[in-house]
Design a protein. Sequence first.
Length: 115
Amino acid sequence: MALPTPDDASISEDEADKIAAKAQSASAFLKAISHEGRLRILCHLTTGEKSVTDLETLVSARQAAVSQQLARLRLEGFVSARRDGKAVFYSLADDRTKRVLELVYDLFCKGQNGA
């Protein structure tokens, strides 16, 4: 089944505009998770809430680098933060991100033997 395109005569201009807006949203979503550092952080958050210190250890990066990526992920709406004293804990903000990451894991990580 072919996907409709904006120049497809069978769809209205309003439908074409909606498709374009959804494509733009999907593109922004994929661009945000395409950064290796952000993707690694998101993968670790699929298993539950983590502190910044936990994430530093898990991704083997300095606090400044992890914080920079977390700020971008927060701005994009991928993660939410919770403060407990001096510690800040991050978790995935919605199920959509977790579903995409699970698919990426299934396609690229699960059962791979170096291939």
